[in-house]
Write a protein that binds this ligand. Structure first.
Ligand code: GLC
Length: 415
């Protein structure tokens, strides 16, 4: 991945502000997907409150596994050039296991009291072997985004099952006769998010993939999931090259007005309402459809702030991480970037709800959402699932062959 230092508004100015020249500089790695522009404004606030500290953003890689690869390289080399970074919710244990992050136990006062304010999933994800290893930045889950205007125009309800979604998509596509319009955009690329995409219909059938660290894969349920995603491509509900689509491609296609339904994380909303969007005021967000006869389930996402074990300014870096995981910044990220709050109280906040009204119904979705398998060998689990998923969506691997391929591999990894 190309390393890119981005001087967004504020950072360059920091260099010339009096007192900054002799001060500390903190370098923060933020993925390009997670609104470096909004993060910049939060860092500006920190700089104002902390004269003598300048925060620089480094950004790049807009999928989770690409960012992780980059941080792996930097941190394996004990490179001190990054002080703070965002960690995907699936990775705190890995980062802690590699001793890449500074424990935060002493930074938060009474730890239990501190963690009690956060949504339990994030309090738990950041406790590894009895240590607090990172601080929650924002929550996340997958949702169904839909075009309110098109459903209204064609008299269709918001689908609650995948079958209903496919039928509605076919009807709307036929009636609209717009070759640009896709029925459903989902991510078929072999990215981290594909693990979630595969698991949504799987979990929806009431099955678990891993229990107590052991594989509990239900083969018929896995087969149904592979078949379902492939059927969207075969039937023309999703586009032919769905296997090439990554998260932000879905966001861009939807924002351009070319998608009826999209499976996407929370960050899309703010951009759909923002400048340059073709769908302002036309977007609805709902729970994901269920498999017929099953339950709607979402996948838990979200990101944490970690302080690098190699930071030369650990005290300032810790202060910045505390600031970034505060309720004020969580509110700002929700309002300006539709990044979901890690504090339950903010789902009732007037300002937050004015910016993202659907957050009012998002807390129960979070509460019933499921976590990807928790295992020290998660990277191999992820790689196995997403590679097969991508091949199924791309048509080079049949759904039954995919099940036959992943089952023994996952069993070996989780032995
Ligand atoms: C989102 C989620 C993250 C997930 C990623 C997958 O950023 O917050 O948890 O792993 O998407 O693409």
């Amino acid at each position: 991945m190309k390393r890119r230092t981005v001087l967004l508004a504020g950072a360059a100015a920091a260099v010339v502000r009096p007192g900054r020249a002799q001060g500390r500089q903190l370098r923060v790695f933020v993925s390009s997907q997670h609104r470096p522009d909004v993060m910049r404004r939060a860092f500006d606030r920190f700089e104002q409150a902390n004269p003598g500290v300048a925060v620089r953003i480094e950004t790049g890689g807009n999928t989770s596994e690409v960012q992780a690869q980059y941080l792996n390289t930097v941190l394996s080399a004990k490179d001190p050039s990054i002080d703070i970074f965002l960690i995907d919710v699936i990775r705190p244990a890995q980062f802690a296991g590699a001793n890449w992050v500074r424990p935060m136990d002493d930074a938060v006062g009474d730890r239990a009291k501190f963690l009690a304010d956060y949504l339990p999933a994030y309090a738990e994800a950041n406790m590894v072997d009895g240590h607090l290893v990172a601080l929650p930045a924002f929550a996340d889950a997958m949702f169904l985004y839909y075009r309110k205007d098109l459903l209204e125009k064609h008299g269709k309800p918001v689908p609650t099952t995948w079958d209903e979604l496919a039928a509605t998509a076919k009807a709307v596509l036929a009636a609209e006769a717009n070759p640009q319009l896709q029925g459903l955009s989902f991510q078929g690329r072999a990215i981290e998010g594909a693990v979630c995409t595969f698991l949504l219909p799987y979990w929806s059938q009431g099955k678990e993939l891993v229990r107590d660290g052991k594989l509990t894969m239900d083969k018929p349920a896995a087969l149904n999931s592979f078949k379902l995603w492939r059927s969207f491509v075969d039937s023309g509900v999703a586009k032919r090259n769905a296997a090439e689509v990554a998260t932000d491609d879905t966001r861009q296609e939807f924002q351009a007005g070319n998608v009826l339904f999209a499976v996407l994380w929370s960050y899309g909303w703010a951009q759909f309402q923002g400048p340059g969007s073709a769908v302002v005021g036309k977007v609805g967000v709902a729970r994901l459809p269920a498999v017929s006869g099953g339950q709607s389930v979402s996948c838990i996402g979200g990101w944490q702030w970690g302080v690098s074990a190699y930071s030369a300014s650990p005290a300032e870096a810790t202060r910045l991480v505390r600031f970034m995981s505060s309720p004020d910044i969580a509110r700002m990220l929700a309002v300006e970037g539709s990044l979901m709050p890690v504090f339950p109280a903010l789902y009732q906040d007037k300002e937050v709800l004015a910016a993202a009204p659907w957050f009012a119904d998002a807390l129960p979705v979070m509460a019933s959402a499921k976590s990807r398998p928790v295992t020290p060998r998660y990277n191999e689990v992820s790689d196995t699932i997403r590679t097969a998923f991508n091949a199924v969506v791309g048509g080079s691997l049949a759904p039954d062959a995919a099940v036959a391929e992943i089952e023994p591999r996952l069993r070996r990894v989780l032995r």
